[in-house]
Design a protein. Sequence first.
Length: 222
Amino acid sequence: MESVAEIKAPRAEAAVPGARIDIVPNPGPAQQSSLVIDNDHAPAVARFLRVDPALRLDFCSNVTGVDWLDRTVKKTVKVKKLVDGEEKEVDETAEEKIPGYLEAVYHLYSMTHKHGPVIIRMRTANRTDGARLSSLTPIWRSAEFQEREIFDLYGVRFDGHPDLRRILMWDEFVDHPMRKDYREPDDYEYEPTPHDDVLEKAKQHYAPRPQLDGAENITVQS
């Protein structure tokens, strides 16, 4: 099977003009690098991956969501500096701030050619509740329930999905439990917990009420 670099250029980029495709290396033992596809061209690139005679990636085995918080990445860059009166190129460490985003990751195989996986990714512009991606369910029907799961647990809306609704949580549930900044409620109305347990949970994220001066001496007259 072709490598992701060969799939990216010139094959996919030639088949879908204007598509922005980047390679994400994987330093782990599997060495399974992936392709990040821009949201606008994702359905066209996905269709190419499925119908191209040499690839025929006709089976999407799984789709997963990832929540990336704001983070700072350190990079080594080369800069020119004067060293002992001579201009030299030296290594310096620079910090790059990367805004948070949500991601959908698809693992693709070919049942026709018995090869794979090819891993593709789509990323939202940010982590807001209105974050959107293009649905790939019209290309791979097996993505339907898994995109619903990402919608339910991460809050990503998939444009073009045939039946986008919650699949694990109930309709009235607020928030998305797999977000990294999700805070579990202190209590659930359908399953009341002992009062002392609820109080201990609340103490972790609510400031204590200030004590009034002389409060211990206040008496109530009837």
